[in-house]
Write a protein that binds this ligand. Structure first.
Ligand SMILES: Cc1ncc(COP(=O)(O)O)c(C=O)c1O
Length: 379
């Protein structure tokens, strides 16, 4: 079965094999060397400028755990931009941690604009209650919306003390990130989306000012403490027993991406930042092909097209029976995703992310052509 759901996504056999090697002790030199291999390419994934003072690290848990961890390191006043299910999760976690959470809510399928965010930040400043942090999700996997970060960064300039915490779960390695230029303070992601690894660990990046601020806060968790995790990583140690197998898979995948190993023939020979850019361009072409298929069949993307994610296309189902479409495709060896939560049955989602190829997508779209007429809802 070819897996096209919006994560976990297809994992290359070389990566699966990487996890079958003999175990090493997690306090060994071999483990320190393994951690050492991860940082240089991980810094490229977060788009860190050379000489950036930000720090990257790995956490032994899924992404949601580090949403909690990231919030532990900021002050009480949090503004959560909510435009889907995962951005809502930031707000829910903030409330559970007894933060003073304000929600800037948008209908599913939309994204915050610079003006709207600026207005919320300025109103808080005028009341002399500036926000300590803004949370948002860059690629809302539930709706296929990619929130552009440049306007968000501009809005944050009106409230310089406010930190920006972003979930880049289904954005990283599929869409360019510019951690420094976009003024990010904390970014986190699971690895089972466009990094194309099995689930289980989280990558993160924290700015110096986030870390400086977090060190002054009361430590409220042992396992999820961002300082313990990040300082441990910097010392090439892990606070608790790590998922050694996934560290190996991560190191190999990041190195392969950086060496251009995963690129299509047209981009062979590209390495370093150029290889990462070519990976992003491949994702943009996968989005374009998917949306062109939808347009040919009279179907619209759920988000307005400029907001359509390069990693997950969420398509309005129109006259299609989504459950029947999913079943028919499974019979042809492809698995796509239903709409998420309240969009179930109204949309379907294709995760064209990670190491999926243009040839592979063409085969999926061909299969979708073949079943299309049989899954229309009859009047
Ligand atoms: C954008 C986004 N954020 C957060 C999560 C939660 O990740 P996890 O379930 O791995 O904790 C997901 C999961 O799909 C996601 O898509």
């Amino acid at each position: 079965m070819k897996i096209w759901i919006p994560g976990p996504t297809h994992v290359r056999s070389e990566i699966l094999e990487e996890q079958t090697r003999a175990m090493i002790g997690h306090r060994s030199k071999a483990m320190s060397e393994l951690i050492e291999r991860i940082d240089p390419p991980l810094r490229l994934a977060f788009g860190l400028a050379s000489g950036s003072s930000a720090t990257v690290a790995v956490g032994n848990h899924s992404a949601t755990a580090m949403m909690e961890g990231a919030l532990l390191g900021v002050g009480p006043r949090v503004l959560s931009v909510v435009n889907g299910s995962f951005s809502k999760r930031w707000a829910e976690i903030g409330k559970l941690l007894e933060k003073d959470v304000s929600v800037l809510e948008f209908p599913w399928g939309q994204a915050v604009t610079q003006v709207q965010l600026e207005e919320a930040l300025k109103t808080a400043l005028k009341a002399q209650r500036p926000f300590d942090a803004v949370t948002l999700v860059v690629c809302e996997t539930s709706t296929g919306v990619l929130t552009p970060l440049a306007p968000v960064a501009k809005a944050l300039r009106s409230s310089p003390e406010t930190l920006l915490l972003v979930d880049v779960v289904s954005a990283i390695a599929g869409s360019p990130l510019d951690f420094d230029a976009h003024g990010l303070d904390f970014a986190l992601a699971g690895v089972n989306k466009a990094l194309a690894l099995p689930p289980g660990i989280t990558v993160m990046c924290a700015s110096k000012r986030y870390l400086d601020g977090a060190r002054t806060k009361k430590r409220m968790s042992w396992y999820l403490d961002p300082i313990r995790t990040i300082d441990g990583h910097v010392e090439r140690k892990t606070p608790a027993t790590p998922v050694v197998t996934l560290y190996r898979a991560l190191a190999r995948q990041l190195e392969d991406i950086t060496k251009g190993v995963t690129l299509p023939a047209r981009d062979q020979g590209k390495t370093g930042a150029a290889a990462w850019s070519a990976r992003f361009e491949k994702h943009a072409r996968l989005r374009q092909a998917t949306l062109a298929w939808a347009a040919r069949h009279g179907l619209a993307p759920f988000p307005p097209e400029p907001l359509s994610s390069p990693t997950v296309s969420c398509i309005t189902a129109g006259g299609l029976d989504v459950a029947a479409l999913i079943d028919a495709l499974k019979k042809k060896g492809h698995e796509i995703g239903n709409g998420y939560d309240k969009l179930k049955g109204q949309t379907f989602r294709i995760g064209h992310m990670g190491d999926h190829t243009e040839q592979g997508l063409a085969e999926l779209l061909q299969a979708m052509d073949e079943v299309f007429d049989s899954v229309r809802v009859r009047a």
